[in-house]
Design a protein around this ligand. Structure first.
Ligand code: TEU
Length: 563
């Protein structure tokens, strides 16, 4: 299927540079560190590297507050080093995409410094200034408006007060952004991950949002998550940035709150917007009414309903991205797996479940090792602005300190941001200095060196999953059928492409399980592609016509369809 875009058979690896590898012993990861570890990524087999922001930044939100779009933060290196890294990525046959934050800048960006200088500034209108704020709450708990004492006006920030929102209504803003993106493409980058890109078009009236009972601030979502000009902006950006360019690019838009129907529009190739989006439905399934820190267990049936809905919705038009982890999410093995007794088995089971869906899988640094959440012992150890603000507000409104700590331990973004665990040496081989965030104490057993040559390891398993995507067209192109939608323990589906069918069975639990499938005899002579029963564990009996699965077992079968 050469008419399919290259990224349909690609796997992307996300690097969060601050915690990947440190080459200059300041305890913070950097470009030199990434360069030294590129062979690790090539060996894993990934096609694309996504770099979280490395631009100059006050680091209020660890780089998602950019003060200069066209340089590298000295913490991470120089532009010359970046060019060297890009060349080295390309030499290994991989591509590199940059994370661009286009909804907001840092308040220290010269554009905002100019804008804030007064109501008559030529850049005043580059941001959202109002004499009276509306009632929106920001994503980081606080009000979404901050008073600028100098002018007596308020500016809008959907995230921290140090991340003012750009006003995309202003064509000069859009042109400045497009020019900047072209500048990076001219340097050779292969595309972009676009931060909260569905928020760039706002209802210019900025109406108040709905206020949940007992709260003082409102939800502005309906007024900025799918704004009136969003498709116009994305199409214009695509045209202005990629138009007339030869090359093989990838764009992925991060879109909190996006629906399947919207995603189909965003990713319909005929519309020229983005190649794929990050949707948030599945990572919200264990949130209670109070949001992400209102921790609930996952109901596997809800996950099936959600993934099934997305697989169906983008089957004919558009494309899925597939992810468990990123720098904002807790570690999947701690979240929906078992980071104790069954750490390896559950990490592998969850990986097989995700990667064999239709879509482009994203692997977040350390996920391929089965890295776990960090055992935070106190709120004092938290550094992320989202977690800190949540905890402060919850404590102020009388929440129990132990409950708040539990919530942050389960959900805090710092979990994903502890240093990458390379080996069992000091600080896991991440740095020879003092790491900026502590290394998870389990690094002595959970590390890349211990897994590199072990095909049964989590790392070996991810390598195999990448290889299956590269070598089995059914993984890339096959249609998708969910089986056993009402079973709370077994996740099962088939994929079919031409004369090949794949069956994926995953026991998403630490107890033995039974998969009841129709026409099971079709699979009698099928080839086992991955997983299967572990002879060192007790075998699981099952009634005729069903398959017994050991705790956290995954099993992937392939058969040739006759006729
Ligand atoms: O995240 C988007 C976003 O909505 C976050 O608030 C996310 O939903 C939350 O962290 C999940 O708990 C992007 C970036 O990925 C994140 O790191 C940034 O903080 C945010 O945008 C602002 O740029």
């Amino acid at each position: 299927m050469s008419d399919h875009p290259w990224w349909t058979s690609a796997v992307v690896y996300q690097i969060w540079p601050r915690s990947f590898a440190d080459s200059d012993s300041d305890g913070i990861g950097d470009l030199g560190g990434i360069l030294a570890r590129l062979d690790y990524l090539a060996d894993l087999g990934v096609d694309v590297v996504w770099l979280s922001p490395v631009y100059p930044s006050p680091q209020d939100d660890f780089g998602y507050d950019i003060s200069d779009y066209q340089d590298i933060d000295p913490l991470y290196g120089t532009l010359a080093q970046f060019d060297g890294l890009l060349a080295a990525v390309h030499e290994r046959g991989m591509r590199l995409i940059l994370d661009v934050v286009l909804n907001h800048t840092s308040d220290e960006h010269p554009w905002f410094v100019e804008s804030r200088s007064g109501p008559d500034s030529p850049k005043r209108d580059w941001y959202w200034w109002r004499q009276r704020p509306n009632n929106w709450r920001s994503f980081f708990s606080e009000p979404a408006w901050t008073l600028d004492a100098g002018s007596g006006e308020y500016y809008l920030h959907l995230f921290s007060a140090k991340q003012p929102d750009l006003n995309w209504e202003n064509p000069q803003v859009r042109q400045a952004i497009y020019a900047m993106l072209r500048w990076w493409l001219d340097r050779g980058v292969d595309g972009f991950r676009m931060d909260v890109i569905n928020m760039i078009s706002k209802d210019p009236a900025l109406p108040d949002g709905w206020v949940p009972p007992g709260e003082s601030l409102g939800h502005g979502f309906p007024h900025f998550l799918y704004g009136p000009r969003i498709h116009e902006y994305l199409q214009e950006m695509h045209r202005e940035v990629f138009g007339g360019r030869e090359g093989t690019f990838l764009t992925v838009g991060e879109m909190p709150g996006v629906s399947v129907e919207q995603a189909r529009r965003y990713t319909d190739p005929a519309r020229g917007e983005v190649d794929m989006v990050f949707q948030f439905d599945h990572v919200g399934l264990d949130h209670g009414p109070g949001g992400k820190y209102d921790v609930r267990p996952l109901d596997l049936r809800a996950l099936k309903a959600s993934f099934g809905h997305w697989q169906r919705g983008l089957a004919e038009v558009g494309w899925n991205s597939l992810y468990w982890d990123n720098h904002d999410q807790p570690r999947i093995v701690s979240r929906w797996g078992d980071d104790g007794e069954h750490r390896t088995r559950s990490a592998k089971a969850l990986a097989a479940l995700l990667h064999l869906h239709r879509g482009t899988p994203f692997i977040y640094q350390g996920e391929e090792l089965g890295m776990t959440n960090y055992p935070f012992a106190s709120l004092e150890e938290i550094v992320d602005i989202e977690g800190l603000n949540y905890a402060r507000e919850a404590l102020q409104s009388g929440a129990d300190a132990c409950d708040v700590l539990d919530a942050v331990r389960a959900r805090g973004r710092d979990n994903a941001r502890t240093p990458m665990q390379w080996d069992d040496g000091p600080d896991a081989g991440f740095t020879t200095g003092t790491p900026w965030l502590p290394v998870n104490p389990n690094y002595t057993t959970v590390n890349a060196a211990a897994q590199r040559d072990d095909p049964e390891s989590v790392l070996g398993h991810y390598r195999r999953l990448v290889e299956l995507r590269h070598t089995l067209p059914v993984v890339v192109h096959g249609d998708f059928t969910m089986l056993m939608p009402d079973d709370a323990q077994v996740y099962a589906f088939t994929r079919r492409w031409q004369d090949t069918e794949l069956l994926v069975l995953v026991n998403v639990s630490g107890e033995p399980a039974t998969a009841v499938l129709g026409e099971l005899d079709r699979w009698t002579d099928a080839e086992l592609m991955l997983g299967g029963p572990d002879p060192t564990l007790p075998s699981v009996d099952s009634p005729a016509g069903s398959v017994g699965l050991q705790p956290w077992e995954h099993r992937v079968l392939r058969r040739v369809v006759d006729g």
